[in-house]
Design a protein around this ligand. Structure first.
Ligand code: 13P
Length: 270
């Protein structure tokens, strides 16, 4: 299922800006990115940027005006369409802004803001209802890794998010494998570790939503990705993209990741 079907899965390189860049810095960053990305070069893969909510409108305007080849992304949303949820933003609000991809269940939301597996599952469905693509994050902590329960932890998170999701919808979802010990630490998972975890996630998906949907689902790796480790990670048969934090904040370093990804994609397509 894995390497054979890789060609049908369009790679996705996403920049998660987290709580960085006000709207003016966001405009500068995405404008600079527009000068560095060659639309012809990025034709074989998708690139998304995920600025903070207050920057979305500004970034959307610049991207549309200059036809910058990036998809607009958000970092989070509430599962409800509207309601008395002070401080939250709903899926239809994001859809109206032209948002195409929404990160769901990032480990920082799970750990720091108490987002449960149930809320992740509801949010995933809400994003799909509004015709956007969820990027559902799963990953183990350092303690879970030390205890040797990484596979169980990933299976539980994947099953909680995907159980009872119709296969046709499941096939459009993106999963991001983000080992928590690798995020913002400079300790990237080895390419072998990333491949093993992503292959395991795909096997669990196959048992949950069926082999056909599992073969279509794109699985990203995230955790201290940079231009130097991009090629090795993305060359793995079950790693279909990258979710980039720190290295996505500056246009130069994110464009370097995208360039490295383009090189791998061209090689593996040949
Ligand atoms: P870093 O690339 O900074 O490790 O962040 C990873 C991440 O959390 C992306 O969502």
């Amino acid at each position: 299922m894995s390497s054979e079907a890789r060609g049908t899965r369009r790679p996705l390189v996403s920049g998660n800006w987290k709580m960085h860049h006000d709207h003016l810095a966001a405009i500068r960053t995405v404008s600079d990115l527009g000068l560095r990305l060659d639309p012809a070069a990025v034709a074989d893969l998708d690139v998304s940027v995920h600025p903070p909510f207050c920057d979305l409108r500004s970034v959307q305007t610049v991207v549309e005006d200059r036809a910058i080849p990036v998809l607009l992304g958000a970092q989070h949303c509430h599962p409800a369409d509207e309601g008395a949820y002070t401080g939250e933003v709903s899926p239809p609000m994001l859809a109206r802004l032209g948002v195409r991809h929404v990160i769901v269940g990032h480990s920082e939301r799970r750990q720091l803001f108490g987002q449960s597996d149930e809320v992740v599952a509801a949010t995933l469905r809400a994003v799909l209802r509004h015709a956007m693509t969820p990027i559902v994050c799963v990953g183990e902590t350092a303690e879970e890794r030390d205890q040797g329960i990484t596979a169980d932890r990933l299976a539980a998170q994947v099953q909680a998010a995907f159980t009872k999701l119709p296969a046709a919808q499941a096939a459009t979802v993106v999963v991001a494998y983000e080992p928590i010990w690798a995020m913002g630490t400079g300790h990237t998972a080895t390419a072998d570790d990333a491949q093993q975890a992503c292959a395991h996630i795909r096997a669990v998906l196959s048992g949950t939503v069926g082999a056909e949907a599992a073969a279509a689902i794109r699985i990203q790796y995230g955790g201290s990705v940079n231009a130097d480790n991009t090629a090795e990670l993305l060359a793995q048969p079950d790693v279909d993209g990258l979710l980039v934090g720190g290295a996505s904040l500056q246009a130069a370093s994110f464009a370097a990741v995208v360039d490295a990804a383009v090189t791998v994609v061209r090689k593996t397509r040949r």
